[in-house]
Design a protein around this ligand. Structure first.
Ligand SMILES: [Zn+2]
Length: 186
């Protein structure tokens, strides 16, 4: 192949748009109505991921006067954003730009909205909350739990500071913007 052809291929590949963020979700104990709530939340998450605003809010996030998150694993805001774009879960470390998760809906009297463990792909969601949640709340919760899958954690006890941890802070940003984009486009 002539070098000119290689150059053209290289230039064309630079012009291709970046692949949109995606989600691969398995659901256990979800009836069709529950599933459609998840699909709507995923659609909202994709819209937010494609927005400049989401990136900006993450890059400019401050904690105690500094541009950073609490419990950031030593990552800068830019690095946290990059981790999100890559979508490389600790248990499935492939940079595929995708949320790879399993969800199980459970009936529980506990006050926990959702939880997961480091050794599983699965995220358990409490139906008590899920039933009353709107799309933006579900987007917030899914993103929060998925950030755990990327390796970010937070204190188990409530504190104001905890709201600045990667899962809480970015889950909230996701929920807030999901509400805006969801209202705007559907
Ligand atoms: Zn959490």
């Amino acid at each position: 192949m002539k070098w000119q052809s290689l150059l053209i291929i290289f230039l064309l590949s630079c012009m291709l748009p970046a692949r949109a963020f995606d989600a691969q979700i398995e659901m256990v104990n979800f009836d069709p109505q529950d599933q459609s709530k998840i699909f709507k939340a995923i659609k909202a998450i994709k819209k937010v991921m494609a927005s400049d605003e989401f990136k900006k809010r993450i890059i400019e996030h401050t904690f105690q006067g500094e541009k950073k998150f609490l419990d950031n694993k030593g990552h800068t805001n830019e690095e946290v954003f990059q981790k999100i774009l890559e979508g490389s879960e600790e248990l499935y470390p492939v940079k595929n730009g995708q949320m790879d998760i399993e969800l199980e809906l459970i009936e529980s009297e506990s006050k926990t909205v959702g939880y997961t463990y480091p050794d599983t792909k699965r995220i358990w969601i409490n139906r008590i909350f899920f039933d009353s949640f709107h799309t933006a709340d579900i987007a917030n919760n899914l993103f929060h739990e998925w950030l755990h899958k990327l390796g970010y954690d937070h204190a188990s006890d409530y504190s104001v500071e905890r709201n600045s941890s990667v899962p809480y802070a970015i889950g909230s940003i996701m929920g807030e913007l999901a509400r805006v984009y969801d209202d705007k486009n559907d």
